[in-house]
Design a protein around this ligand. Structure first.
Ligand code: NAD
Length: 367
């Protein structure tokens, strides 16, 4: 995966400046909010927690619940105590949360992103050695705007037989996400940002998004290349020649759809990680949902959530541990002996996690 260095400064204290104090005070643990989520979430969260604990980084876990079960218990799927925990700890990792289709409560995922102003959704997409897919050498980063567009939740019926959803695009949010994409490119040695839109049809909303991206791109001229693509053409190009692309910046809805398409290029939703990033806090989660049909079966692939944990480790400044965990995951997948069904194996979620923990422990023992 591309280095997940994120613009927010590392939250983990770098240690005291005087050598004497460093010697006497053990490194402080980072408290991380853990939201297990719905469906396959709790199994994947447990597997991920075990792997991150084996990384050598001292993490204290504050487990809080959101989602379907909490809705029944507390009358809201997103209690204030969950938001308070994330705000206090500044970093969280969450399993997927079910959103009822067509009826019921609004998406907890969207509510979290909006209420914590997690404006950037970062989704690296990278081929895994040993994983048979139609493509090799895919290495893309999706930067999705996370707070507006059709996800603003402004929709209503117009009489009994028509419905209206309002798409919100603002210059401020579009420039902010474009700047995030360019800053990410600079910080991670990436060469090109491609803005994705449908400005030929939605001349005002997508037109404003594109104009905002162009404004920001001008500030990075000579450092990072810029181009734009209409979203339908982008989809075709991605399945024909993904190697032409580097960092993609998209409004919310296209970003969601293109993320799943890109996950398919590298082995599916089971291996696609993500991060929701704001100026104050960051919430790490896989691209996939709660896959209810596999809930409780010890079957789903925890790789995507584990790789989201790798992004978390990088975010808190634990680069070496992040690399150890990522290498261990990639090695176990490349070996192919203890992988889940979606990667062509028959191992369960927990056996896959066991193999990665064992690998991390053997690396630590020989270091
Ligand atoms: P999904 O991503 O849950 O599952 C689609 C299919 O992908 C599954 O049936 C399964 O075949 C495969 N899959 C997904 N994750 C996998 C994994 N870790 N290992 C192996 N296979 C995996 O999508 P869906 O069925 O459209 O959505 C189910 C629920 O999840 C919905 O309520 C939706 O709103 C919610 N959702 C939540 C999030 C989130 O929490 N961020 C994201 C997307 C969807």
């Amino acid at each position: 995966m591309a280095s997940g260095r994120i613009r927010v400064p590392p939250l983990h204290p770098a240690g005291c400046r005087t050598p004497r104090l460093v010697a006497r005070i053990p490194p402080m643990a980072q408290t991380v909010t853990l939201i297990p989520g719905d469906g396959i979430g709790p199994e994947l969260a447990e597997a991920t927690r075990r792997v991150l604990d084996a990384s050598g980084v001292k993490l204290d876990w504050e487990v809080v619940d959101a989602g379907e079960a909490v809705m029944e218990r507390e009358g809201t799927p997103l209690p204030q105590s969950v938001l308070d925990s994330i705000i206090r700890n500044k970093v969280a990792i969450k399993g997927p949360i079910t959103t009822p289709v067509g009826v019921g409560f609004r998406s907890v995922n969207v509510a979290l992103r909006q209420s914590l102003n997690l404006y950037a959704n970062l989704r690296p997409v990278r081929s895994m050695p040993g994983l048979k897919t139609r493509y090799e050498g895919v290495d893309l980063v999706i930067v999705r705007e996370n707070t507006e567009d059709l996800y603003a939740g402004i929709e209503h019926m117009v009489g009994p037989d028509a419905a209206e959803s309002i798409k919100i695009i603002t210059r401020a949010a579009s420039e902010r996400i474009a700047r995030f994409a360019f800053e990410y490119a600079v910080a991670n040695g990436r060469h090109k940002v491609t803005a994705v839109h449908k400005a030929n049809i939605m001349k005002f909303s997508d037109g404003l998004f594109l104009e905002s991206c162009r404004t920001i791109a001008a500030q990075y001229e000579g450092k990072v290349a810029f181009e734009d693509r209409i979203v339908d053409n982008m989809c075709m190009q991605l399945v024909q020649k993904p190697e032409l692309y580097d960092v993609l910046v998209l409004p919310n809805l296209y970003g969601d759809i293109v993320s799943d398409l890109c996950a398919g290029l590298v082995g599916g939703l089971g291996v696609a990680p993500g991060a929701n990033i704001g100026n104050e806090v960051a919430v790490f989660e896989a691209v996939h949902g709660s896959a209810p049909k596999y809930a409780g079966q010890n079957k789903a692939n925890p790789t995507a959530l584990m790789l989201s944990g790798v992004l978390l480790l990088r975010h808190i400044g634990e680069q070496a541990a992040a690399e150890r965990v990522e290498d261990a995951i990639r090695a176990v997948i490349a070996e192919g002996l203890t992988v889940t069904y979606d990667l062509g194996g028959s191992a369960g979620t927990s056996e896959f996690a066991d193999a990665i923990v064992a690998r991390l422990e053997s690396v630590a023992a020989t270091a």
